[in-house]
Design a protein around this ligand. Sequence first.
Ligand code: CMC
Length: 427
Amino acid sequence: MSKQTLTITDNRTGNTIELPIEHDTIPAIGLRQLKVQADDFGMMAYDPGYTNTASCKSRITYVDGDKGILRYRGYPIEQLAEKSTFLEVAHLLLFGELPTASKLTDWNARIMAHTQIDKDLKGVLKTFRGDAHPMGILISAVAAMSTLYPEAKQVHDSEIRLQQVVRVLGQLPTAVAFAYQNLLGRPHTDPDGALGYSENFLHMMGLTGDGEVDPVLARAMDVLFILHADHEQNCSTSALRNIASSDADPYCALAGAVAALYGPLHGGANEAVLRMLAEIGDTKKIPAFLERVKNREVRLMGFGHRVYKNYDPRAQIVKKIAYEVFDVTGSNPLIDIAVALEQAALEDDYFVSRRLYPNVDFYSGIIYQAMGFPVEIFPVLFALGRAPGWLAQWMELMDDAEQRIARPRQIFLGEAERAYLPIGERG
Ligand code: CMC
């Protein structure tokens, strides 16, 4: 076997260093040996947006962006979406294994037994204005949970940790539904622990058609949650890991993750896609819209991905679910615009040469809208789905002896030392 090292020659000095290669990676700290003077700081790697920096070792989610592969704990997303349930996937992400039948029954029961929310949290959720964005409310709700469960600060106690995981998974859908009904001035519907996870959520949201949640819609919601459940070191997960690396409690770390997800380049994209499709309004206007994208006036929302340079496997599944949902709800006219827009983009050299394909957000909003969700709540649905992934990444971080507080370096390009000038002497 060839030698697993990388030799670097510093042409400023002629010095050579040899760094170990492990998992096709070199330890960045090794670069610090490269110095011109003995008392120099040494070299660093510059990587805005962390495009080529591994921040952790993880065993949870595998993405091969060139081949369009996504696996949770080794299981292909296509199989999980077809055969599994969201809470089963949450168990898989959190504990590394698919549960046995009896473990799954216990796990489902444990989560569903924690769906009630504290009256003080209800009080917080009632304080928002009628036009408050649901993501702002969700950030606040998760942060408020930190004040209600102060024992959560004991982040190195695995039993206490698990208790918070159960609370988050159980309570978040209730908090979202409570806030939503409150914004609409409608009475709150209590959670029903006898229902499935997604069925209960749709029930609390009032998306019950003639009285009961349609099983096709409950299953579609569950699959959409599965598709969003984890995606390795994305912006929100990295934000969560950064915050949690200071031993902040999981609610504070999750509030930061939800905040990162809110942005339109990340989880806010599903909302932005819907607004974009509504703005295009007619397939005839697609060529003019794509011209605006190519002129860099706007981005084609729901397209492109930092990691996928091939079709996002989640988008393929979402597109299929759309038609299953439409069989129940009736079609969403925006689907025709979306399909035509996708086709036009995939035939256009601008998108082909940059390897831009639809991502998970391109079709999900069309389904949410058909199911009766308002556009503003779409990123919240992403957050509900992502919760087990964030929690699994947090648990992994807490048990990772190699991790330290996140503290990147910078290249300082500001002023060198200057003497303070009294105000009367400034020009
Ligand atoms: N529309 C038009 N051009 C694009 C788009 C797009 N959606 N995405 C990337 N490009 C172009 C970009 O202008 C650049 O071109 P050039 O090299 O000529 O300057 C090239 O493609 C590379 O783009 P980038 O911005 O360097 O890529 P990135 O990896 O930094 O950004 C992204 C990834 C997802 C933020 C970006 O593709 C984007 O803004 N997409 C639209 C928002 C979106 O759909 N976000 C959801 C992502 S999937 C769900 C999630 O996990 O959040």
